[in-house]
Design a binder for this molecule. Structure first.
Ligand SMILES: Cc1cc2nc3c(=O)[nH]c(=O)nc-3n(C[C@H](O)[C@H](O)[C@H](O)COP(=O)(O)OP(=O)(O)OC[C@H]3O[C@@H](n4cnc5c(N)ncnc54)[C@H](O)[C@@H]3O)c2cc1C
Length: 431
C-alpha cells in the first residue's frame, strides 16, 4: 500500500503568493521572488550523499527525508539539476510491463505519479491521456494479449483494441496504404505523460524544504574509503565530503562513476535522440507507438509533436546523436502517419542511456560497503522516477530491498536471473 499524503505545504516552501503578490512581483522586477530551493554549499559531512541530480537522485533524497526522516542528506550534481536525461526525455509514463520483476515496480510508480502533485504541492502536469502500442501481425497481437493479461493479473489496467477501435481513437494513422497494416493495439488508459522539468523542480523544492542540501556544479571525482574498504566520503570538484552512505544515480555515467570505486557494471552507454515539431492544433489523443518500426509519438500541451525511436547503435558519452537515427525515426513516422511529413521539425537533442544487459534496472547494494547503486534504466527511466526514488531511499535507509524492487539485484547477471523485458513482446523499444 502506497501512503500518499500532502507532505509539503505552501508554508514549508515559503510560498506566499496570491494574485496580488504575483502582480506586485511582476511590477517590481521579481525582487521578492524566492528561489524554489536553497543553493546549498557543501558541509564537511552528511549521513547520506546522493550523487546525481536527475529525477531519480532528487526523488531518493526527498523520500529519504519525507518517509525515513533522514534529512542530513546532500545531493551533488555536476551540472544543474535536471540537465541529464531527467530533462531530456519524451515524458512518457506507463506501467504496461510483462514480467513479474517489473510489473509491481512500475505500477507502484504509476500510483505514486497519480498522487505526486498533491504530495509535492506542485503542478507536474501529470496527464493520463493513454498509451497505445500498435500491433501489425498475429504474432505481435498474441504477444500483446499475453502482456495485457499479465498486467490485468497484477491489477493493472489494459485493453486490447481491434483495428476499428484504433481507428476511432486515431483516424489519421495510415490504415489503408501501409506496408504493415495496423491490426489493433494494446491500450493503457492510465498511462500518459508528465512534464519532466516540473517533476525535477517539484522534488527539488520539496527535498530542500525538508532540509536536504542540493549542491549543483559539484562533480564527484572519487570515493573516500576506510582501510576495510567501506565508503567514508566522496571527493568532489568542491572538496571532500564525508558520509556514512553514498547512493549513485547518474544514469548514462554509471559505468564511469562505478569505475571510481573499482567496479565494472553490466551497463553500456548509448545516445537516445528525441525530436519536436512546430506546434500544431491538438490531434494526438495520447501516446502512440508503432509496432513495425522504431517510432513513437505524443503531442505536448504547447502543440508540438514529440517523437523518437531507437538508440544510436554505438557506445558514447556525448549528448548528441547521429543522422542515421534521424532518418530511421522519420521513416517510421512517415510510415505510421504520413501527414507528419508536412510538419516542420523545431529541434532535436540526445541523452545518454544506461543500457543494462537485460533491459531492466539495478537498485541494489554494491560489493563496496556503504555504496548503493541505482542504474540501468535504459530508455525507460522517466516513468520509474517516483518508484525508483521510493525504493532506493528504502534500500539506503533500511539496508533491505523494497519488495517492489527486490528483483533488481546487481548479481542477477552473474546468477543468470535476467529480467529480459526488452526481448519479450512485439516492440522492444516501448519507451
Ligand atoms: C531522448 C530521450 C527520451 C526518453 N524518453 C523516455 C520516456 O518517454 N519515458 C521514460 O520513462 N523514459 C524516457 N527516457 C529515459 C529517462 O529519461 C531516463 O531513464 C531517466 O530520466 C533517468 O533519470 P536519472 O535521474 O537516473 O538520470 P539523469 O537525469 O541523467 O541524472 C543523472 C545526473 O547525474 C549527473 N552526474 C553524472 N556524473 C556525475 C558526477 N560524476 N558527479 C555528479 N553528478 C553526476 C548528471 O549530470 C545528471 O544530471 C528517455 C531518455 C532520453 C534521452
Amino acid at each position: 500500500m502506497v501512503q500518499i499524503s500532502r507532505a509539503v505545504s505552501r508554508k514549508d516552501v515559503g510560498m506566499r503568493y496570491s494574485v496580488w503578490s504575483l502582480a506586485k512581483n511582476a511590477l517590481t522586477g521579481h525582487r521578492d521572488w524566492r528561489p524554489a530551493w536553497r543553493d546549498a554549499a557543501p558541509k564537511s559531512s552528511y549521513d547520506v550523499v546522493i550523487v546525481g541530480g536527475g529525477g531519480h537522485g532528487l526523488a531518493t533524497a526527498y523520500y529519504l527525508a519525507r518517509v525515513h526522516g533522514i534529512t542530513n542528506v546532500a545531493l551533488i550534481e555536476k551540472g544543474w539539476i535536471g540537465g541529464g536525461n531527467a530533462g531530456r526525455n519524451t515524458t512518457i509514463i506507463r506501467s504496461n510491463y510483462l514480467l513479474d520483476g517489473n510489473i509491481p515496480f512500475y505500477e507502484l510508480s504509476m500510483k505514486l505519479w497519480e498522487g505526486l502533485e498533491q504530495e509535492l504541492n506542485y503542478n507536474a502536469m501529470v496527464s493520463q491521456r493513454g498509451v497505445l502500442n500498435l500491433f501489425h501481425n498475429d504474432g505481435q497481437r498474441d504477444a500483446y494479449v499475453r502482456r495485457g493479461n499479465a498486467m490485468r493479473l497484477h491489477g493493472v489496467d489494459a485493453e486490447l483494441l481491434d483495428r476499428e477501435g484504433v481507428r476511432r481513437m486515431a483516424p489519421f494513422l495510415n490504415f489503408d496504404h501501409a506496408r504493415f497494416p495496423i491490426q489493433g493495439g494494446l491500450l493503457q488508459r492510465r498511462g500518459g505523460t508528465a512534464r519532466h522539468d516540473a517533476v525535477n523542480w517539484g522534488y527539488a523544492r520539496a527535498a530542500s524544504a525538508l532540509g536536504v542540501d542540493i549542491i549543483q556544479n559539484c562533480e564527484l571525482t572519487g570515493f573516500r574509503r576506510a582501510p576495510d574498504g567501506r565508503v567514508t566520503g566522496v571527493e568532489t570538484s568542491r572538496g571532500a565530503i564525508g558520509c556514512r552512505k553514498a547512493g549513485v544515480a547518474v544514469a548514462g555515467h554509471s559505468s564511469r562513476v562505478a569505475a571510481m570505486a573499482g567496479l565494472r557494471l553490466p551497463i553500456e552507454s548509448h545516445v537516445l535522440q528525441a525530436f519536436v515539431s512546430e506546434a500544431l492544433k491538438p490531434i494526438l489523443p495520447g501516446v502512440i507507438t508503432f509496432g513495425a518500426g522504431h517510432f513513437y509519438v505524443s503531442q505536448s500541451d504547447k502543440g508540438g509533436l514529440v517523437f523518437g525511436g531507437d538508440i544510436d547503435g554505438y557506445n558514447s558519452y556525448a549528448q548528441r546523436g547521429n543522422l542515421s537515427v534521424v532518418e530511421d525515426v522519420c521513416e517510421g513516422g512517415m510510415a505510421l502517419m504520413p501527414m507528419i511529413g508536412r510538419a516542420r521539425m523545431l529541434r532535436s537533442w540526445g541523452g545518454i542511456m544506461d543500457m543494462s544487459m537485460d533491459g531492466s534496472p539495478i537498485i541494489d547494494h554494491t560489493p563496496v560497503s556503504g555504496l548503493y547503486l541505482n542504474a540501468g534504466w535504459c530508455y525507460g527511466g522517466f516513468k520509474a522516477t517516483p518508484a525508483s526514488g521510493w525504493c532506493f531511499a528504502h534500500l539506503i535507509a533500511t539496508d533491505r530491498a523494497h519488495a517492489a524492487s527486490s528483483a533488481y539485484r546487481l548479481d542477477r547477471f552473474a546468477r543468470g536471473y535476467m529480467i529480459d523485458e526488452k526481448g519479450v513482446g512485439a516492440q522492444p523499444n516501448l519507451h
